[in-house]
Design a protein around this ligand. Structure first.
Ligand code: UDP
Length: 403
């Protein structure tokens, strides 16, 4: 099991000793996290790192997942999209199935912990079915700033019963009558996606996935999604290629049940057909964390040409690997990159700006080593799992003090 001590070499003694100090008053207190899946998605990934670390510093932390039928999870997926502005046909059947699933779960799930932390909307209604003896915190990872009004009205019926709401970004706020707290996302430097890798492992993967390294590489790691602008990336690449011989990799794992992703992938494949045939553009759709890690390490430039972005964990991951990042000035990206210092920012439609900077980096990679190093330090100081653990300890201490 991972312990906070494992991170000492990465973050230094002071951070580790602070974590122990913060946890002193919380020693032996029990906390349960509830979300809707043990595998897949950022929330499960974070919880699998966070929960063992909470235990390691002396809390009694647990993790449960809501049990429900595929029907109810297809409804909560619609809720997820509608919270981000999509239309939804909010019927009483949908509301009933959602609420009843939570009620059923409550009949066999004892919650006598000192703190209950609910992640995202799926288990949100649980609060209604317990006699509340402890603080309940809703940790929402979704942008709430433009929700579907009817759905928001319905969900607020549950949200208002909570003691605290945590969101990921200032711009995700909405009008609830208490201050949402902000905890920005982080990466875990010891997971397969971010850990250091040996030359041997890297070479083995490059061989297995047939990734050539004879020319400079530009890579975007992103779902095939219109907001990630894969066509814009190809057009930028064409401008770069006029000046420097190089390759582009678009890597985006795809859920088989995501029809939109498949359509966009096929569209990119059609549009870049010539370039793909020549081997100038490589499309990858494998779901493999080590491969992502390797691409972020071996690329000469990581591009992230999003039109809209949440926080942008791909940026955090790439900065951690000291690879120069050229990205859009949207969403959480400017929180992570100070333009010209530890990366480069352009407006999403400024293809010439993107291309010019990428050409400069490819022509003189040595000159950008320092930028890469600063990027890694930015992540070390702000966006690692140890910071998240500290944020949760602060939150639980504050909640304890307020009672
Ligand atoms: N990701 C991955 N494989 C891929 C594409 C993306 O594992 O082929 C991961 C990526 O490494 C990151 C996450 O998916 O951890 C994407 O998070 P981000 O915040 O960048 O964007 P989102 O997809 O949530 O909009």
């Amino acid at each position: 099991m991972k312990t906070v001590n494992d991170y000492r070499e990465i973050v230094g003694d002071k951070i580790i000793s602070d974590l122990y100090k913060k946890s002193r008053k919380l020693s032996g207190k029990s906390v349960v996290h509830i979300n809707s899946t043990y595998y897949g998605g950022g929330v499960a990934e974070i919880l699998s790192s966070l929960v063992p670390l909470m235990n390691d510093v002396g809390l009694d932390a647990g993790w449960r997942t809501l049990r429900g039928s595929p029907d109810v999870f297809s409804i909560t997926k619609k809720f997820h999209n509608a919270l981000q502005g999509d239309p939804i046909h909010l019927t009483s059947i949908k509301k009933k199935l959602y609420t009843e699933t939570n009620e059923d779960f409550s009949t066999y799930t004892h919650l006598d912990h000192d703190f209950v932390i609910i992640h995202d909307p799926q288990p949100l209604p649980l609060i209604k079915f317990y006699k509340r003896k402890q603080p309940w915190i809703w940790r929402c990872h979704i942008d709430l700033s433009h929700p579907n009004e009817k759905l928001w009205h319905f969900l607020k019926g549950f949200i208002l019963q909570y003691d605290d709401v945590i969101i990921s970004h200032e711009s995700y706020r909405n009008n609830i009558p208490f201050e949402e707290k902000i905890i920005s996302p982080v990466i875990d430097p010891l997971t397969p996606k971010n850990m250091d890798l040996s030359e041997r492992t890297i070479n083995k993967y490059l061989h297995k996935y047939k990734i050539p390294t004879d020319k400079p590489l530009i890579t975007q790691i992103s779902r095939f999604d219109k907001w990630k602008d894969p066509i814009g990336v190809i057009n930028t690449f064409k401008l770069v290629k006029e000046k420097v011989d190089c390759r582009l990799i678009l890597c985006g794992s795809m859920a088989g049940d995501d029809p939109e992703g498949i359509k966009i992938f096929e569209n990119v494949e059609r549009k870049a057909n010539n370039l793909i045939e020549k081997g100038d553009v490589i499309l990858l759709n494998f779901d493999n964390n080590i491969l992502v890690n390797i691409l972020q390490r071996i690329s000469d430039v990581i591009i992230q040409k999003s039109i809209r972005e949440g926080f942008g964990l791909t940026i955090t991951e790439a900065l951690w690997k000291e690879t120069p990042v050229v990205a859009s000035n949207v969403g959480g990206i400017p929180l992570q990159i100070t333009d010209g210092e530890d990366g480069f920012l352009f407006e999403p439609n400024d293809l010439d700006g993107f291309a010019k900077k990428i050409i400069e980096i490819l022509k003189d990679p040595e000159a950008y080593k320092e930028v890469g190093k600063k990027g890694k330090e930015k992540v070390r100081n702000n966006f690692l799992i140890t910071r998240l653990l500290g944020d949760y300890l602060d939150l639980l201490n504050e909640t304890l003090d307020c009672r």
